[in-house]
Design a protein around this ligand. Sequence first.
Ligand code: AMP
Ligand code: ZN
Length: 458
Amino acid sequence: MAITLHDSLSRETRELQPSHPDGVYRFYNCGPTVYAPAHIGNFRTFVVNDVLRRLLELEFGKDKVHHVRNLTDVDDKTIRRAREEGRPLAAVTKQWTAKFHADCQALNCLPPHDEPTATGHIREQVDMIEVLMQKGNAYRAPDGSVYFKVSSFPGYGHLSRVHERELQHGSALAGKVHAADADEKEDVSDFALWKAHKADDGDNAWDSPWGRGRPGWHIECSAMSKKLLGATIDLHTGGVDLLFPHHENEIAQSECCNGVPFAKHWYHSEHLLVDGKKMSKSLGNLYTLDELVAKGFSPMAVRYTLLMGHPRKQLNFTLDSVHAAESALKTLRGFHASLPAGGATSHTFEPVVAALKDDLNSPAALGALFTIINRPGGEPDRESFDQAMFALGLDLTAAAPAAQTVPAAITALAEQRWAAKQAKDFAAADALRKDLTAAGWSMLDRKDGFSLEPVKKP
Ligand code: AMP
Ligand code: ZN
């Protein structure tokens, strides 16, 4: 059974096949901006991409997948953070790159084969911009910035259907509003390929044919994917917020520069939400992996939680769901320990991998896993179980959460509070919660009971 995956460009579900004669499948995943810890919303995207990477290995062979994921280590956000902290940009980005790697490892994400950085590829980006200038797809503004001329690329907007959207709203792209805006662009829809140096950028500037400056964000992915994977890649992925403008701009730059299609297949996974809103740094509604570990959860339960929803549907994150993931993992660990050593058998776990191959349907895969485990009689097949765990990336040997010892007096207070709440004596319940908080414990109410955890230190 082949891997089929929704393609954001054609809006169809299509089979994945390597298009190059060497049979190597070329896969580019837009990576993180390294100026703060990635939150578990970001990790939803990276875990989904990790499952994809694992499936590609199973399908085409370990040596027949080339996976590239970049690190954005220069942009407005990274520079601002370095300025605020009075540190060199490289010190900030190195620190957060190391943290990102540690979190990826804890979540059992396979490292990409290449992890290029924007600052390590200035030459390649400048080269690409030069070609775009020569071909008339880009122009230099009076301040020394270089912009991509969106009107020079008829294919602009096909991925995100931005023209349709903009036409409906009668705005910039459709109306070709020529703005004498502060950005010095000829058209408001044009985007920066090269940004002229500004005082706020400090030392973070490089020489170019247009003067000192730094690359715009979008050009790094076009330049680095071309260098490492070639002009046409098999699959390009990212979170749904990257569809426009980032990926639309990548297509425009790459196709105008190289004259061939950029990516054969586009895949965008949906967001992780909290209380119905996208988990994001700007909304401040985020959880980091460390915060969840401090609450007593294992990284593997966080991974499991991120796989509980279909990757193309939004997933609302709750602590209840991580509790559920933790108990599912406990069952899996017990099951794994009881598996017979080997031998072919009646209960194969192939439906788990089959569900993943069908448009990465991870909730169906987890459902199939437990259906097979709970099937009476027969003998489960260890080899296909191990393969299912590999595809899901669930490492059952990873540490289970350390058991927390809650003092008996705290448990007694919590039980009193639970009873007060059941009796709808909310004043008493609130007072008891205050006592618990003062004693350094917070109580999480669930439908069927409560759990206790140490109050998080700010
Ligand atoms: P960034 O570090 O902001 O460039 O984001 C890294 C990746 O995380 C991108 O692919 C984003 O689309 C993705 N992302 C950001 N927020 C979320 C979220 N709440 N849920 C899922 N993916 C996200
Ligand atoms: Zn990118």
